[in-house]
Design a protein around this ligand. Structure first.
Ligand SMILES: *[C@@H]1O[C@H](CO)[C@@H](O)[C@H](O)[C@H]1NC(C)=O
Ligand SMILES: *[C@@H]1O[C@H](CO)[C@@H](O)[C@H](O)[C@H]1NC(C)=O
Ligand SMILES: *[C@@H]1O[C@H](CO)[C@@H](O)[C@H](O)[C@H]1NC(C)=O
Ligand SMILES: *[C@@H]1O[C@H](CO)[C@@H](O)[C@H](O)[C@H]1NC(C)=O
Ligand SMILES: *[C@@H]1O[C@H](CO)[C@@H](O)[C@H](O)[C@H]1NC(C)=O
Ligand SMILES: *[C@@H]1O[C@H](CO)[C@@H](O)[C@H](O)[C@H]1NC(C)=O
Length: 938
């Protein structure tokens, strides 16, 4: 249709005239550039130019074979080519720019007009004289205004596509008079207001798409009765209200209502009489209650996405009838299963032979994953169960003949992505990682209680790109000797108990870009080539027996490390300059206690303010069920943290047990005692007592006992959801309060408690949340008291501390790469990073931050224009809820977001002295919180 060939050129005289008019109009309405957007609005006034160009056009018409091959002329860079035929004008994707002239309205005989995919801008032309028009495509331009009457008389219109412009205002209700419409797409614009009820008059409509606008109010009843509809696509608006029980959409294929505020309940009959429905997408709405069983009657369903709602109850077994189903996403709801019931659906899913993606992440699924997981269809590629309360994977019924117990998931030979992170899974990874998972691409098992060794088989998986096994209790070596993991990009084994040396096999992994082995018990020399050349890509902190490697790792030289130095003498030598004489006395006391190999358990009590009953080793054993894994709640820098209940005092506590086998753990204990003994602030983790004694076996034992923080830590809230508690994540209100709390704590440490104290490890994992969601800064294991440094005028002590800074990768200030002195500026930087992480919901070590892109310059680049697009999904939702008719203005959440980002950016300036100090930051944050709280009250 677009290319006019010679046969089609047998026009009569009348046709010739028509063509001439067409061409003239083309000139009037378009500005034609070879490259992007050459404008030529002056042409409209210049009739001489016009005439000559018109002649030029006529020339082209006579030579149809050159049509479509645009050639620039000397006249203002104007070129032309006009694919047209007798009824319509098709200029799609011709790099045209300019305003669309209303002279188009004189082309009354036009039956189709296609100006899509160009660079037209300005007002939409008045076209109501085009009474023959059946098809109008103006999509993918930059038009911004539309008058209500523009198409009123075009009653023959069957297809309208205006999507992908910047059209504003309300959708003209007169659209309902175009009763021949079959296809209507106004998506990806900026329409506001409601969907006009007159849309219900468009009874011929088959395709209705208003997706990605800012429409609000209910979906008009009439829309639910457009019985010829096959696609109803209204996602990404602010629509509210529900789906009526009486709906008549017998041939609907696609129902896309995601990212609105629809709710609260789905009609029980939603699945009945809907054999044609292939895809239903309701994610990010406000639906609650049970998922209707009738959904199992929509037998043609291929994609079912109910994620990010508030559905409760059990997952209906009827979904097992959906034999065409390929993607089932129910994540981020409050769906339930327990050890005894609620898991039946998993067994029923065996019938969904086309299933490739299955997500139940962040729900309230508890108990053991039944062995029916092994019966899931073998095509399954993605299985996501993270952020539940799963406690194990049942061993499968063993009907294999070779005698070995096949791992449950091992039957799923097509699995590419497995996410079981943030559960309470116990036992060996062999259940998952053995043998049959060679095709696996991503394996996320972080934050569980997996124990034992890393299976050798994992090292054979040539396709693995991401392995995350961090925050478990894994032991043994890193078995990656074969170097088979050729595709590996991210390897996170941090916060485990892995030992042995770092094998040079890791050097050979060409694609490895992030390696986190921190907080393990690795030893020996750090390799020097491959990824180990790049100290920003590798984290080795908390492995106190490593040595050598690139200078920036700040590890001791290997020769020195291998010399047998008496550990405790070393400690004393290090600590005298740091803690002064008083601390030394205390330290000696600790050491002497440790050395006295008496059978009797000793208790060492610091004076932590109010009297607290003495606590013995056996009290702690009782309180924690002999330090059982089920009571393990986290891993600190130098040991493990258990929860427990001290029976005598009837109080829930968190007990941090120092692992004294780690070099410097004892020093960390002393450091933390020293810091905590002298300070007290409502936003610092309250310590109850300390315990330095000897355990049953006569070994030294050191523990600190804190009040238990019932709401875990900020890291878990930001990255694991918090299944079953508040699945929607943190509100802006909560986030800004947490920021204020931590800023207050840091002001106190830096400015108000005598000698400035540098925390050195400000990160979400060290920010603990109590029952009221107040934040408390904890973990002073590497804090440093800044001594002997003249305070500068702003209260900061610029430098001077002989402690080697050991923060956490991603949060460490850049200057620490060159100098090793702890300073309050460093804490300010880390605080800024935490603030960014709280807003965008991404860790600074996220895989998206690669090469030149760091969390700080990512935020900087997107500030302020795109900031609302890069934030955490929950916050986006909240921002959306606040946007009123005029975009962004008056939006309290958005304003708060911008102000917080500003603070974060000024905390993370590369030059330390350019950063604000904590006092200034706290003042700003308090002001931001106050104005936010006032704004949302209104
Ligand atoms: C215009 O031409 C393109 C191909 O160049 C075609 O895909 C499109 O359907 C045509 N538009 C109309 C309205 O016929
Ligand atoms: C449209 O046609 C009318 C007369 O039929 C004429 O007066 C008017 O100038 C034309 N408009 C344009 C923009 O060519
Ligand atoms: C179109 O719809 C509106 C509102 O639903 C209704 O009041 C009106 O009568 C309808 N018009 C026609 C022509 O059917
Ligand atoms: C659906 O479309 C068919 C043919 O396009 C038409 O005959 C029928 O009237 C339409 N249905 C309704 C309810 O208008
Ligand atoms: C989700 O539903 C539960 C119980 O029905 C209710 O208590 C809770 O407030 C709801 N949460 C949200 C975010 O709507
Ligand atoms: C080092 O690693 C970091 C983080 O992965 C990356 O941004 C940087 O480009 C790497 N540098 C070199 C020289 O490879």
């Amino acid at each position: 249709m677009a290319v006019v060939n010679r046969r089609d050129m047998c026009y009569g005289q009348e046709q010739h005239v028509k063509l001439a008019v067409f061409m003239q109009l083309i000139l009037l309405l378009v500005c034609y550039g070879v490259g992007n957007g050459v404008h030529c609005s002056t042409l409209q006034e210049n009739s001489a130019d016009l005439q000559s160009l018109l002649d030029f056009k006529m020339g082209i018409i006579e030579d149809p074979y050159s049509l479509g091959t645009a050639a620039p002329t000397s006249a203002g860079g104007v070129v032309s080519s006009a694919p047209l035929d007798g009824h319509g004008l098709n200029l799609t994707d011709k790099s045209l720019a300019g305003k669309v002239s209303s002279s188009l309205a004189n082309l009354t005989s036009l039956s189709f007009l296609d100006l899509s995919s160009n660079h037209f801008f300005g007002q939409f032309p008045l076209l109501n004289h085009l009474q023959q028009l059946e098809t109008l495509y103006m999509n993918s331009n930059s038009l911004d205004g539309i008058t209500p009457d523009t198409l009123t008389n075009c009653s023959k219109l069957r297809n309208i596509d205006l999507s992908g412009n910047q059209l504003r205002g309300t959708i003209p209700p007169k659209i309902g008079s175009l009763t021949n419409l079959e296809f209507l797409d106004l998506g990806n614009n900026q329409f506001t207001g409601i969907i006009p009820a007159t849309v219900g008059n468009l009874t011929q409509l088959q395709f209705l798409r208003f997706r990605d606008n800012q429409l609000e109010g209910n979906i008009p009843d009439g829309v639910w009765k457009l019985s010829n509809l096959t696609s109803l696509v209204l996602g990404q608006n602010r629509l509210s209200g529900g789906i009526p029980q009486a709906l008549n959409l017998p041939i609907l294929l696609l129902l896309g209502l995601e990212e609105n505020m629809l709710g609260p309940v789905l009609p029980p009959n939603i699945g009945y009489a809907r054999p044609s429905l292939k895809r239903i997408s309701l994610f990010s709405n406000k639906f609650e209650g049970h998922i209707p069983t009738s959904i199992g009657n929509a037998l043609g369903l291929q994609i079912l996405d109910f994620s990010k709602n508030n559905f409760t109850g059990q997952i209906p077994t009827s979904i097992g009838r959906l034999s065409q189903l390929s993607k089932l996403n129910l994540e981020m709801n409050q769906l339930e299963a327990s050890e005894d019931q609620g898991w039946e659906f998993l067994y029923e899913l065996r019938n969904c032979m086309s299933l490739t993606m299955l997500s139940f992440s962040r729900n309230n699924l508890q108990g053991t994953i039944p062995h029916s997981v092994a019966n899931l269809p073998s095509n399954l590629q993605v299985l996501l169960l993270g952020g539940n309360k799963l406690s194990g994977i049942a061993p499968p019924d063993n009907n294999k003949l070779d005698g070995s117990i096949p791992p449950s998931l091992g039957y799923l030979t097509q699995l590419l992505v497995v996410d079981l992170s943030c559960n309470n899974l116990q036992g060996s990874i062999h259940h998952i990682g053995d043998g049959n998972l060679k095709q696996l691409v991503k394996l996320h098992l972080s934050s569980n209680k997996f124990s034992g060794g890393i299976p050798d088989a994992l090292g054979q998986s040539q396709n693995l790109v991401i392995i995350q096994l961090d925050q478990n209790i894994l032991t043994g070596d890193i078995p990656l000797s074969s170097g088979n993991l050729k595709a590996l990009n991210i390897l996170d084994l941090s916060h485990n108990y892995l030992s042995g040396t770092i094998l040079s096999a890791l050097n050979d992994l060409q694609l490895l870009s992030k390696l986190d082995l921190s907080y393990n018990q690795l030893q020996g020399e750090i390799p020097r080539n491959g990824i180990f050349e790049n100290t920003t890509a590798v984290s080795l902190d908390g492995n106190w027996r490593l040595c050598g490697g690139a200078v920036d790792f700040h590890m001791p030289l290997c020769s020195a490390a291998s010399r047998k130095i008496e550990r405790k003498c070393d400690l004393v030598r290090l600590l005298i300059p740091i803690f002064g004489f008083m601390s030394l006395t205390m330290l000696i006391y600790v050491i002497t206690l440790g050395k006295r190999k008496s059978r009797k358990a000793y208790l060492f009590l610091f004076s932590f303010g109010k009297q607290f009953p003495k606590v013995s080793h056996s009290d702690l054993v009782r309180a924690t069920g002999n330090f059982s894994n089920s009571n393990l709640i986290g891993r600190g820098s130098y040991g493990s943290v258990y929860k427990g209940k001290l029976t005598m005092a009837k109080i829930d506590v968190a007990i941090k047990v120092f692992n004294l086998e780690m070099r410097r753990a004892d020093r960390s204990f002393v450091s933390e005692c020293e810091v905590l003994r002298t300070i007290r602030h409502r936003n610092l983790l309250p310590i109850l007592t300390a315990c330095s004694t000897i355990d049953y076996r006569g070994k030294d034992f050191r523990a600190l006992i804190y009040e238990l923080m019932h709401n875990s830590n900020l890291d878990r809230w930001l990255h694991c959801g918090h299944a079953g508690v508040v699945h929607k994540g943190l509100s802006m209100d909560q986030r800004v309060s947490i920021a204020v709390n931590i800023a207050d704590a840091l002001v106190y440490l830096h400015h108000d408690c005598g000698r400035p104290i540098v925390h050195c490890d400000v990160k979400p994992m060290n920010i603990l949340l109590d029952e009221d969601m107040s934040a408390h800064l904890g973990d002073f294991g590497i804090a440093s008291l800044v001594l002997d440094s003249p305070l500068t005028s702003d209260g900061n002590s610029g430098r001077n501390s002989s402690i080697v800074v050991k923060g956490t990768i991603g949060y460490i200030a850049p200057e620490y790469a060159q100098s090793v002195h702890a300073s309050t500026y460093g804490d300010v930087y880390s605080f800024g990073v935490v603030l960014m992480e709280m807003l965008i919901g991404k860790r600074p070590t996220d895989s998206m931050f690669e090469n030149e892109l760091s969390i700080t310059n990512f935020v900087e680049k997107n500030f302020p224009d795109n900031i609302s697009h890069i934030i955490d999904a929950y916050l986006q939702e909240e921002c959306k809820g606040f946007i009123h008719a005029t975009r962004r203005t008056g939006n309290a959440t958005y304003k708060c977001l911008v102000s917080l980002t500003q603070v974060a950016l000024s905390c993370t300036r590369p030059i330390p002295t350019e950063r604000m100090n904590m006092r200034e930051i706290a003042v700003r944050l308090h002001a931001i919180r106050t104005s936010y709280v006032e704004a949302i009250k209104k």
